[in-house]
Design a protein around this ligand. Sequence first.
Ligand code: NAD
Length: 372
Amino acid sequence: MGTRREVLGIGAKVAALGLAPGLAGQAHAALPRDSGRKIGYAVVGLGYYATRQIMPNFAGCEHSRLVALVSGTPAKLEQYGAQYGIPASHRYSYDQFDAIRDNPDIDAVYVVLPNSLHAEYSIRAAQAGKHVLCEKPMATSVAECQAMIAASRKAGKKLMIGYRSRFEPYNRLAIELARGGHVGPTRLVTAEHGFPIKPDQWRLDKALSGGGSMMDIGIYSLNAARYLTGEEPVEVSAVESTDRSDPRFRTVEDRVSFVLRFPSGVQANCISSYSSAHNGYRVIGTQGWIALEPATPYTGQAMTIRKDNVTTPRTLPEPARNQFVGQLDHLAECVLTGATPIVPGEEGLADMRLIEAIYRSAAERRHVELKA
Ligand code: NAD
């Protein structure tokens, strides 16, 4: 197996995205005391995640409100418009999308569309003078991610990616403990995410998804390996296993095992799967390990710590705001204070560069080196 030096340019910018002290707390940007203003969001794409997870959580937000809807289905605009009190003047079809520029109630656009549409709608939103919160994966290629970052930068607007785990208390605590050396210096991270995917959906159509399990669920293993170490990998190797006779996997991959090697010598062994059920990670140090299993569901995270041969479950109190509220309000707080989101476009770009390297490694059956 050969090794080729790749100039993928994973920047110091991303490596420098350190986390503020007090990680296990909420991600708060300092707001002026008299700030009563709420940032108005337009949600684009009224599918499962938008309607079941995101839209109901505006009710718990302090700095964010739902002010507009964008959908290709008039009945959905009618149904959710009525449910959330969104007037007809603030309901848009995809064809009318660019008219959001004339609606001063809309400060930010939350893109919750199939992956291949993320870049187009994020760029159009920035060009309409709006801040953007875009779902993961940020897009379907490095080039698209770069174009999104350039568009938001040109517009002078924020761009944030929907990495909700960064607003979830157990994940925040895991980061703090791992980076703080609670179980000794980290030597290994193991991370696995997968679920048996149901047939007949856009996730299985590469033109809409950009790829298979890696783009959708394996990205949680990848992102966790990066946020638990705070480092950017210097080498990737991957093996893919896909049964192409399974009708679900005609155009996208099923399982990928990948190994990331970090500059400090830490190694991450990661799994992505569309045919097996798992969700967890473990940070292993010289004195024990920190396990989160499940690690990244909507609720129900469970943490166990083994240190000096003693294993202890660790429970946290219910947070004042859940990860969905935390995420929505974080962008709002960044808009109100001028702060940079803790998960900006550069964070999505870093993952996409690695996903491309993982695909290349698996396809060419070789290690891929990455350069800072
Ligand atoms: P979904 O299929 O339920 O919703 C997608 C929406 O996009 C639908 O309303 C559909 O009508 C609309 N759409 C517009 N143009 C389309 C087209 N050309 N083809 C197909 N649909 C089109 O999907 P979802 O589960 O809501 O996922 C949407 C996005 O949210 C994805 O990027 C996904 O990765 C992300 N997501 C994130 C999380 C998370 O936990 N962060 C969870 C689920 C989904």
